[in-house]
Design a protein around this ligand. Structure first.
Ligand code: UTP
Length: 405
């Protein structure tokens, strides 16, 4: 793309300011900026809110922990068999920027140990090694990073010898980026030769994996199911044989791990049927009537929140890979360069990012096995610097589960 073409593209969409410093740049800087402008899909910038929908919500069947325990031996057997046959791959979503935590570097590289080093990535690999030991084989692990943190993540894993995991079973792939804007919808600049781009949310994971070289490798060839999970839950159980077994046995095309809400007003998305399809109703969509509704056993009907641990059948994912997904406008702290050319790292949110979310994939599929896990055993997210879902709360839960910090 040449300068005239870039100008034309940007003027049409009210973003011509991205070329304000063009004349000051050297040849390499000019080429970099033009390439970025050419490659960026600015159509994601849409600040107007969607109309409130008239969706019809219904409660959804959940396989409760008690029932799982009764069937555990059988479910584990099915899961272990699938794992041994190489039919299950794992996808670690590690492309986020962890802006709430404000840690410089990939979140997985955070050391949460007290008396010895213990990194978030290490916690996850330690949990995974339990499955490896149970099955007697390694499980393909695909790690999604972004352009911003790929090099640091790969280097970290290499430096730490993959925390004992067989590196031949690990592959990295990079997610797509989207522009970040101020409250008026103007794209921020990060430097004179660089527009502000950030990872496009965790919902683009399959498209990025599908289009990456690692999808064509021997590692991915046999994989029929993908277990996707967040990096920041240090009690996360990946490749859980009983969860895999339950989903396979159900004949459904996806599965979601859920936990019982701490109280009816907890701000989590809960599994439900939306217009007859499996879906997640966000806490702000939950009406008072729905919140108070009880099922036949006298339990709250909308009571199971998702924890970002899903299982998807690859066949169906391939069918929907090019379908449009909803874009979520998320208020975030966005580092930027001001008009004077000074770089800022804001303390408070200063604009929006546009994100695809993995939970929207659930609604694109026909059915979902909803699988209850025990909160204190499997859910210890590190999102914030302090308070709820912080290092303090997560490490307390790790200790409660016998992990030595
Ligand atoms: P979050 O939205 O909670 O994490 O993503 P974040 O974006 O890293 O953090 P904040 O909101 O800025 O503080 C949940 C999971 O999805 C991954 C994250 O790495 C985390 O595992 N994720 C998120 C991606 O892989 N890519 C993204 O673009 C966003």
């Amino acid at each position: 793309m040449n300068l005239a073409e870039a100008k034309q593209k940007l003027e049409k969409i009210g973003q011509a300011h991205l070329l304000d410093y063009y004349d000051e740049l050297d040849e390499a800087g000019k080429a970099k900026l033009l390439n970025q402008i050419e490659a960026t899909d600015f159509s994601v910038i849409r600040l107007e809110k969607d109309e409130a929908g008239n969706d019809k919500f219904e409660p959804m069947d959940v396989m409760k922990a008690e029932e799982i325990d009764k069937q555990r031996a059988e479910l584990e057997k099915i899961g272990i068999e699938a794992l041994k046959e190489g039919k299950v791959g794992l996808v670690l979503l590690a492309g986020g920027q962890g802006t709430r935590l404000g840690f410089d570097g990939p979140k997985g590289t955070l050391n949460i140990g007290k008396t010895h080093e213990l990194y978030i990535f290490e916690c996850l690999i330690n949990n995974l090694m339990e499955v490896v030991n149970k099955c007697g084989c390694y499980i393909p692990l695909f790690i999604m990073t972004s352009e911003k943190n790929n090099a640091a993540t790969v280097k970290f894993f290499r430096e730490h010898n993959f925390f004992g995991y067989d590196e031949n079973f690990v592959a990295f792939f990079i997610q797509e980026m989207a522009p970040s804007v101020d409250y008026e919808g103007k794209v921020y600049m990060e430097a004179k030769d660089c527009i502000s781009l950030s990872p496009n949310g965790n919902g683009g994971w399959f498209k990025s994996l599908y289009n990456s070289p690692c999808f064509d490798t021997a590692l991915a060839k046999k994989v029929e199911w993908l277990n996707v999970f967040a990096v920041d839950n240090v009690l996360q159980r990946m490749g859980d044989p009983a969860f895999i077994g339950a989903t396979l046995k159900s004949g459904f095309v996806s599965g979601a791990k859920v936990i019982k809400k701490a109280d009816p007003d907890e701000k989590v998305g809960v599994m439900c049927l939306r217009n007859g399809r499996p879906s997640i109703v966000e806490y702000y969509e939950l009406t008072k009537e729905m919140r108070d509704e009880k099922d036949a056993n006298g339990e709250y009907a909308y009571n199971y929140g998702v924890i970002l641990n899903y299982l998807f059948r690859v066949k169906e994912l391939v069918e929907i890979v090019n379908k449009d997904m909803p874009l979520h406008v998320v208020e975030k702290k966005i580092p930027y360069m001001d008009k004077e050319g000074v770089y800022h790292k804001p303390e408070k949110p200063n604009g929006y990012k546009f994100e695809l979310l993995v939970l929207d994939m659930i609604e694109m599929l026909d059915n979902c096995m909803v699988y209850e896990v025990i909160r204190n055993k499997e859910f210890a997210p590190i999102k914030n610097k302090e308070g709820v879902d912080s290092i303090v709360s997560a490490t307390a839960l790790l200790e409660e589960n016998g992990v030595v910090l």
